[in-house]
Structures are given as C-alpha cells and as structure tokens.
Design a protein around this ligand. Structure first.
Ligand code: SF4
Ligand code: SF4
Length: 78
C-alpha cells in the first residue's frame, strides 16, 4: 500500500466514533478479536465480520489490535 493511501486510511479511521475501528478490506473474519476481547465489545455481522456493538465497554486494552493477524484493527483514541 502506498504511503498516501495509508494516510487516507488513517484519516478515515480517525473520523469514526467507535473506540476501535475494523478496516473491513483487510479483515478475514478469523474471529480472533471477537474471542479475545475481555469486554466482549464485538459481535459478528451476517457475513461473519466483527462489528463493534458494545463500544462503551472498551478499555483500550489493546488485545484486539495486537493480535489481529491482518493489522485490520486500530484504536480511535490512541
Ligand atoms: S482479528 Fe483481525 S482479521 Fe480477525 S476477525 Fe478480527 S479484525 Fe478481522
Ligand atoms: S481494546 Fe480491548 S476492550 Fe477494547 S475492543 Fe479491543 S480487546 Fe476489546
């Protein structure tokens, strides 16, 4: 991915209000984040992709983005 494209992706992430954001293009629906989140912040949508449904419970513990094999999650707050 080109540097300019990375900058655009980061800008899009920062516009969101969820505490963590999943970049669906990179997500392969492996459920690691869904299973590992200690606060159960995620559910899955009809296609099996994780979605933030309990964002207020997020503690920014970093487990989800550190364990995502596709680097598809980032924090909106850090
Ligand atoms: S860990 Fe990453 S690739 Fe796996 S479901 Fe979560 S966001 Fe998608
Ligand atoms: S940062 Fe921690 S609490 Fe927040 S969604 Fe990720 S794993 Fe769950």
């Amino acid at each position: 991915m080109a540097d300019t494209e990375k900058v655009e992706v980061k800008k899009k992430w920062k516009k969101r209000s969820d505490p963590v954001v999943i970049y669906k293009k990179w997500c392969k629906a492996c459920f690691i984040c869904v299973e590992m989140c200690p606060q159960k912040v995620f559910d899955t949508d009809r296609d099996g992709y994780p979605v933030v449904t309990r964002g207020l419970d997020c503690t920014q513990c970093s487990i989800c983005w550190l364990h995502c094999p596709e680097f598809a999650i980032t924090s909106s707050e850090k």
